[in-house]
Design a binder for this molecule. Structure first.
Ligand code: SF4
Length: 178
């Protein structure tokens, strides 16, 4: 395989817009090709999932970038985090949740000729980037995990200019902020 073919894991358009723009503009050196992956069976309810997915697709199409959508099987995700429902955000449930999604990306990468993975899972102020990096490093196996530091000012600028559907919680029913 020649060059770096990257999977960018995204949770929603407001978190990923800056990263997608940077990649689409060739601002991240060494990346030859990339695809946006939306694999978020953690999001609940399904109506909320659909809103985030639609917004993600709209932005990818506007930017002319490729994307792939993983299956939405929320029950399977719940089995994965079984017993960790009462953990706080940034606790053990989130580590499992990140790992589950990175493992999916790793398997997709192996089957489809990608050799690197990055994500925007840590850009929200509610997330712990080092926890995301740790889960990725433990899950990506032979696929290189690249902990790219995205341009936060650019992300905020795009958000100010866009009418993205937004939400104030990560996605799962166990972390809703009132
Ligand atoms: S709070 Fe977010 S990252 Fe943590 S388990 Fe729930 S959906 Fe996953």
């Amino acid at each position: 395989m020649n060059g770096t073919r990257l999977i960018l894991m995204s949770c929603c358009a407001p978190c990923s817009c800056g990263a997608i723009k940077q990649l689409a503009n060739g601002e991240i050196s060494g990346i030859d090709d990339f695809i946006v992956m939306f694999f978020n069976p953690n999001i609940f309810p399904e109506t909320e999932y659909q809103k985030r997915l639609n917004e993600q697709i709209k932005y990818c199409e506007k930017m002319g970038v490729k994307y792939v959508v993983g299956d939405y099987d929320h029950n399977k995700w719940k089995q994965e985090i079984n017993g960790l429902e009462n953990e706080p955000e940034r606790g053990a449930r989130c580590s499992k949740c990140f790992a589950y999604r990175f493992c999916f990306a790793r398997d997709y990468a192996i089957k489809n000729g990608f050799n690197a993975i990055a994500s925007v899972f840590g850009v929200s102020k509610h997330k712990d980037q080092s926890q995301v990096d740790c889960a990725a490093q433990e899950s990506c196996g032979t696929i290189q995990y690249i902990p790219i530091k995205w341009d936060e000012a650019l992300r905020q600028e795009i958000n100010r200019e866009s009418d993205f559907y937004r939400q104030n919680y990560c996605g799962c029913e166990f972390s809703i902020r009132k």
